[in-house]
Design a protein around this ligand. Structure first.
Ligand SMILES: C[S@@+](CC[C@H](N)C(=O)[O-])C[C@H]1O[C@@H](n2cnc3c(N)ncnc32)[C@H](O)[C@@H]1O
Length: 211
């Protein structure tokens, strides 16, 4: 689906993914779990929709950036949450359009974090490797990917399901170091089989010192 297809869904209200608030497992983890990454830092939310997780990140002290290729979504996010040049930014762009991101200052190794919520299940599964490669490229060494992934097994999509074991393998193959991967706690009732994960872009080992 392209941006205008999503625009149509936002316009006609066929947006059954809309929670009206941040996903409870992500909010609880960020606010209360000792394993959660800590602000400050620039954090991107791909496919941010109406931006509830972006606003939460800004509230927690991150420099939060919401990206979505739907004009409707970005307009609604701005209207709902406002904007701030340092803490809360919005960009209408395709996540896979590296030049558009770079023009907005989102370039290689420029982010401390990426927060995933229902973008991964919205893109064509054939784009998943590109998604992971994009996140890896944008993260600074040591940067994190926190995500709530929908591991339902129903055919078709969006929302496309995932297999939890396979997804962990895909992340490892993309070069991520896993810190957490477990069934999510406190998901809304319609979201069966959500998994919560936290991964890092590894910090390169220092090279040998040449005397
Ligand atoms: C299922 S909605 C979820 C929105 C939001 N994350 C939420 O949970 O409310 C998926 C969103 O991803 C956006 N999206 C899909 N593919 C995208 C891409 N390649 N680049 C940017 N946004 C994309 C869509 O426009 C849509 O707003």
């Amino acid at each position: 689906m392209v941006g205008t297809d999503w625009d149509q869904r936002y316009r006609e209200g066929s947006d059954r993914w809309e929670l009206g608030h941040p996903a409870p497992p992500l909010e609880a983890f960020l606010r209360r779990d000792a394993r959660a990454p800590q602000p400050p830092g620039r954090v991107l939310v791909p496919g941010c929709g109406r931006g509830h997780e972006v606003a939460l990140l800004a509230h927690l002290g991150y420099g939060a950036i919401g990206v979505d290729f739907s004009r409707e979504a970005i307009q609604a996010a701005k209207a709902l949450h406002g904007s701030d040049p340092d803490q809360l930014r919005w960009l209408q762009a395709d996540l896979f359009h590296a030049e558009a991101l770079a023009a907005a200052g989102i370039s290689a190794a420029s982010l401390q974090g990426v927060l995933e919520h229902t973008c991964f299940c919205a893109i064509d599964p054939a784009q998943r490797t590109a998604y992971l490669d994009t996140v890896m490229r944008l993260l600074a060494p040591g940067g994190w990917l926190l995500g709530l992934f929908w591991c339902h097994q129903r055919p078709g999509g969006p929302p496309w399901g995932s297999d939890a074991a396979l997804l962990a393998q895909q992340l490892a193959a993309a070069g991520f170091r896993q810190e957490l991967w477990e069934p999510a706690q406190g998901s809304v009732v319609e979201r069966d089989h959500e998994w919560l994960g936290l991964w890092r872009r590894p910090v390169p080992e220092p090279g040998p010192v040449v005397a």
